[in-house]
Design a protein around this ligand. Structure first.
Ligand code: AP5
Length: 191
């Protein structure tokens, strides 16, 4: 199994690229954002508790997403590896993910970091707001907060992964097809 993190700030294209990459390389795409939104849509107790945190653009507690991911890792069969999208988001989540994978004789093989200018991130999310129905896209202040939270709580994972030799920056500006080619090139080297 080969396991990738697709990483980057809100609006950097993680979800868009993950769907295509997972199909191309037979990877199991695990997005904690999608999982949490599914809980909200299903009206579960967990969803109800998490929705106000998410609509402010803050992070939900580490233990919530760790449990969601652990369940999926154990129930996944037949894929060439995992593509983690939007997880981990804190160094604590990264340490837990490593433990979960190591226990199952796996590791994080590469962290692909999409690099996108701040103004382009905001532009993409504002454009999406009408169609996505996501409360965290609707308010420009919440978009800015999500970017700030990324810088403060999530970016430190880059240093952690760089020290482990798995950090791979990728230019996330340009067309979706061009970015897909760049990401595919890096993934092919490992699969
Ligand atoms: P999550 O769902 O992970 O959202 P996010 O990180 O804010 O990312 P987005 O989905 O907004 O952006 P993306 O990078 O996936 O870009 P996308 O491809 O969609 O998290 C939501 C919330 O859930 C968090 O704020 C937090 O509350 C909670 N949460 C989730 N995981 C958590 C965790 N592990 N720990 C704690 N809390 C957690 O693209 C964006 C838009 O741009 C789309 O409209 C797309 O069509 C467009 N686009 C993409 N690429 C291009 C391009 N090249 N050119 C033009 N447009 C493009």
């Amino acid at each position: 199994m080969v396991n990738f993190l697709i990483f980057g700030p809100p609006g950097s294209g993680k979800g868009t690229q993950s769907v295509r990459l997972a199909e191309k390389f037979n990877l199991k795409h695990l997005s904690t954002g999608d999982m949490l939104r599914a809980e909200i849509a299903a009206g579960t107790e967990l969803g109800k508790k998490m929705s106000s945190i998410m609509s402010k653009g803050e992070l939900v507690p580490d233990e919530v997403v760790i449990e969601l991911i652990a369940k999926k890792i154990d129930s996944t069969k037949g894929s060439a590896g995992f593509l983690f999208d939007g997880f981990p988001r804190t160094v604590a989540q990264t340490v837990e993910l490593e433990k979960m994978l190591n226990k199952r004789k796996m590791k994080i093989d590469s962290m692909l970091v999409l690099e996108v200018d701040h103004d382009e991130l905001v532009k993409r999310l504002v454009l999406r707001a009408d169609q996505s129905g996501r409360p965290d896209d609707k308010d420009p202040k919440v978009i800015e907060n999500r970017i700030e939270v990324y810088k403060e709580k999530t970016e430190p994972i880059i240093t952690y992964c760089r020290e482990r030799g798995i950090y791979q920056p990728v230019n996330g500006m340009g067309s979706i097809d061009d970015i897909f080619k760049r990401l595919s090139k890096h993934m092919k080297e490992l699969i």
